[in-house]
Design a protein around this ligand. Structure first.
Ligand code: PLP
Length: 436
């Protein structure tokens, strides 16, 4: 069956010859089984070339907040496309970005009143890192140059974002290219978060004079294996950062906008960070778009004379299409009670995870909002085989997954229905059981 201009075989042949895929071992790609060819996507469903429809179980790498081609988001982008596709906010202003900035500031935790627009999660983080560094440099504390991050952290793939990353396999190769950071134990580790907090507190008390900011993924370390930790850790971290006047960067690129059951993950802890990074679902998963929210205090630290300017920007900053999509995403979250749906679907997920935890060969099962993870084994890490076997079995059963090593996780659209969720959980449960 051919829906497009090229046959599936022709597409795979061209791809094998010319496309370099992300995080994809070359040999597996060249010599392995023929990859599925995707023809279209709608809601939680992906349609393959052979006509089969499979459920997108990982939200297209976590960007698919409202499912594919959500009608309200699509309409908003179509309308905006007819008016103005792109003008960067370089010395000019437009309604789309001004109104979105105001809206994000109103929704975000208190005090985050300034919005810097960029175009993906890594740049949203890069903005925060550079603004924090430059703020101290030109506001009386130039020795505050270092960043503290957590073991197992993932903040994106630019060199700046990799510098604050903590996943050995992904990040070690680039160590010599990166700036030095201080890494502390993750609160998601054993036995609980309090020992990790003590390590963080000790470090900050001893070295805050040289530290610009602490960066964390609030509640869930995503790419590190969907590792989760208690909101209390964030509360305590905020308190110590306040006491020592160290900035706190909350990277909500993955967890933001309803994924955890609240609009922002920081809300679970009742805290306001000094920087809050958003991307992925911000554009409803249509295209890259990002925002870094910060405080008036930090913004004011860049005034006074032109040499104090934040010398940073990207070609597509404030992209009106992205702004239109983001408005429609926020409309949808409000008008369609998306958080209400997350609460209901999270109950289904909770019951399923409890049943999975009892399967022999499952090491752990954990959840935060509409993120569910089943950890199969502890031994071989990211490159181990069990996760890949489960993914292959899941695809046979009609679900598209992309495990992180031996961590099978589900990150469906927040708009997934009861029936779709039931189907997703049945199929993945079946795939896990068949593989163990
Ligand atoms: C995905 C991710 C990023 C990077 O986003 P990109 O758009 O892929 O650059 C940054 N931080 C977190 C927590 C992420 O999950």
């Amino acid at each position: 069956m051919s829906h497009g201009r090229l046959s599936a075989e022709a597409i795979v042949a061209l791809d094998r010859q010319h496309v370099w895929h992300p995080y994809q071992p070359n040999d597996v790609w060249r010599d392995g089984p023929t990859p599925p060819v995707i023809r279209s996507a709608s809601g939680v469903w992906i349609t393959l070339d052979d006509g089969r429809r499979v459920i997108d179980g990982f939200g297209s790498w976590w960007v698919g907040l409202l499912g594919h081609g959500h009608a309200r988001v699509r309409d908003a982008v179509h309308r905006q496309l007819d008016v103005m596709a792109h003008v960067p906010i370089a010395g000019v202003v437009h309604e789309e970005s001004a109104a979105l900035a105001a809206r994000l500031a109103a929704l975000a935790p208190a005090g985050l009143e300034r919005v810097f627009f960029s175009d993906n999660g890594s740049t949203a983080v890069e903005v925060a890192i550079r603004a924090a560094f430059q703020f101290w440099r030109q506001n009386g504390r130039p020795e505050r140059t270092r960043f503290v991050s957590l073991e197992g952290a993932y903040h994106g793939d630019t060199i700046g974002a990799v510098s604050v990353g903590g996943i050995g396999l992904f990040h070690e190769v680039y160590a010599e290219l990166c700036f030095e950071t201080v890494q502390v134990p993750s609160p998601s580790g054993e036995p609980d978060w309090s020992a990790a907090f003590e390590a963080m507190e000790q470090l900050l008390r001893a070295q805050s004079d040289t530290i610009a900011a602490v960066i964390v993924e609030p509640l869930v370390q995503g790419a590190g294996g969907m590792r989760m930790y208690a909101p209390e850790y964030l509360r305590r971290l905020r308190a110590i950062c306040d006491e020592l006047d160290v900035f706190l960067i909350a990277d909500e690129v993955f967890v933001g906008l309803g994924r955890t059951g609240r609009l922002f993950a920081c809300e679970h802890a009742g805290i306001s960070p000094d920087f809050l990074c958003l991307s992925k679902g911000l554009s409803g998963g249509l295209f890259p778009f990002a925002a870094t929210l910060t405080t008036q205090r930090i913004y004011n630290g860049f005034g006074g004379d032109p040499t104090r300017t934040f010398f940073y920007g990207h070609s597509y900053c404030g992209n009106p299409l992205g702004c239109a999509a983001a408005h429609a995403v926020l409309d949808t979250i409000e008008l369609d009670d998306v958080l209400g749906n997350v609460a209901l679907r999270a109950e289904q997920l909770r019951d399923w995870l409890a049943s999975m935890a009892a399967v022999s060969g499952v090491r752990a099962a954990r959840q935060c909002g509409l993120i569910g993870a089943v950890e199969l084994s502890d031994e071989a890490g990211y490159l181990a085989g069990a996760g890949r076997v489960v993914a292959a079995r899941a695809l046979e059963r009609g679900v598209w997954l992309r495990p992180l090593g031996d961590v099978i996780y589900l990150v469906p659209a927040l708009t997934i229905t009861h029936e779709e969720m039931t189907l997703l959980l049945e199929r993945v449960g079946d795939a896990v059981r068949s593989a163990l």
